[in-house]
Design a protein around this ligand. Structure first.
Ligand code: SAM
Ligand code: DTB
Ligand code: SF4
Length: 331
């Protein structure tokens, strides 16, 4: 099996972004078909297991204690309630259950409940994903022992733009947690957000950071910023509507992620609720092959099962069963 390249240069990635749109989509679709089932889309479901009151100050996030978004902070959910939500997700056809906590890092006293959630959800035959912030070696080991399938920890943007988005942690903090997760044998889910007022060069730097990790993340979520009132970035977008990401540029970002990380599953993540069917269809053509299902992401709305069923029907897409890429093409 040929290992996908991890030695991409920024120049190469910038050149992909610069391609005529049709050439870029052709290349992305060609890579996509060599590695994946062209008409299959993986389904994941999100649940916020600990909402609000977060000590970090991420400029996009409704859950930071630093922003006044009107969101009520809640305690960690009870294990039974989480398992009930997972059962519903499974019944609705989801393959992976992603549990998110508004923490800078978990407290050791929370780990027993977290482990019970992972074990309980796995026992239902669902893939498990957790996103809990930074992890210590010991916490990572406990998650690995519990059989956690994926850990989501986003790099969010380029190293250069990161300091404009969050100041309570560094890019290196993020990279260290990713290294721990990888080292413990847990699959990495890592992506970011476009539409935060970053430049094209930042999007190049963002994809470059992902595509040059020692191993490509198994899942790469590409979120479009969901503007939330009371957050610095949500308010910035309200003030400057022109700063909203252009849809074609968003699709270009998906295509470049697909080409540079051919074997990864690229998730068209937050932002679908306000995205036209045509833009979503272009994103699938550009190589996105996963979505979040259901009416809610963590704290904001999502497209919902009816809209998705209609879209899948129109596009002839099938919800896929979790599996490895179909083939690894020789380079
Ligand atoms: N606290 C943990 C952390 O930050 O790693 C886990 C939860 S956090 C909400 C997970 C990811 O959601 C963030 O890294 C960010 O990429 C994405 N996200 C949060 N708010 C968003 C928004 N308003 N629009 C788009 N993506 C968002
Ligand atoms: C990711 O990259 N996107 C998901 C998941 N990882 C945890 C979260 C999206 C959150 C959107 C804003 C909200 O609902 O609060
Ligand atoms: Fe906290 Fe995560 Fe939101 Fe940042 S993105 S404020 S770490 S919940």
């Amino acid at each position: 099996m040929v290992k996908p390249r991890t030695d991409w240069t920024r120049e190469e990635i910038a050149a992909l972004f610069d391609l005529p749109f049709n050439d870029l989509l052709w290349q992305a679709q060609t890579v996509h078909r060599a590695y994946h089932d062209a008409n299959a889309v993986q389904l994941s479901t999100l649940l916020s297991i600990k909402t609000g009151g977060c000590a970090e100050n991420c400029g996009y996030c409704s859950q930071s204690a630093s922003h006044d978004t009107g969101l009520k902070a809640e305690k960690l959910m009870a294990v039974d309630a989480v398992l009930e939500a997972a059962r519903e997700a499974k019944a609705a056809g989801s393959e992976r259950f992603c549990m998110g906590a508004a923490w800078r890092e978990p407290k050791d006293r929370d780990m027993d409940a977290i482990v019970a959630m992972v074990e309980g959800v796995k026992a239902m035959g669902l893939e498990t994903c957790m996103t809990l912030g930074m992890l210590s070696d010991e916490q990572t080991e406990r998650l690995a022992e519990a059989g956690l399938d994926y850990y989501n920890h986003n790099l969010d943007s380029s190293p250069e733009y990161y300091g404009d988005v969050v100041t309570t942690r560094t890019y290196d903090d993020r990279l260290r947690t990713l290294e721990r997760v990888r080292g413990a044998g847990i699959n990495v889910c890592c992506g970011g957000i476009v539409g935060m007022g970053e430049t094209r060069a930042d999007r190049v730097g963002f994809i470059h950071a992902l595509a040059t990790l020692p191993e490509h993340p198994g899942s790469v979520p590409i979120n479009e910023l969901v503007p939330i009132e009371g957050t610095p970035l949500g308010d910035m977008l309200k003030g400057i509507p022109a700063a909203q990401i252009d849809e074609i540029e968003f699709v270009r970002t998906v295509a470049v992620a697909r080409i540079t990380m051919p074997a990864s599953v690229v998730r068209l993540s937050a932002g679908r609720e306000s995205m036209s069917e045509a833009t979503q269809a272009l994103a699938f053509l550009a190589g996105a092959n996963s979505i979040f299902t259901g009416d809610k992401l963590l704290t904001t709305g999502n497209a919902g099962s009816n809209a998705d069923a209609k879209l899948f029907d129109k596009l002839g897409l099938k919800p896929s069963l979790a599996r490895e890429p179909l083939a690894i093409a020789a380079e």
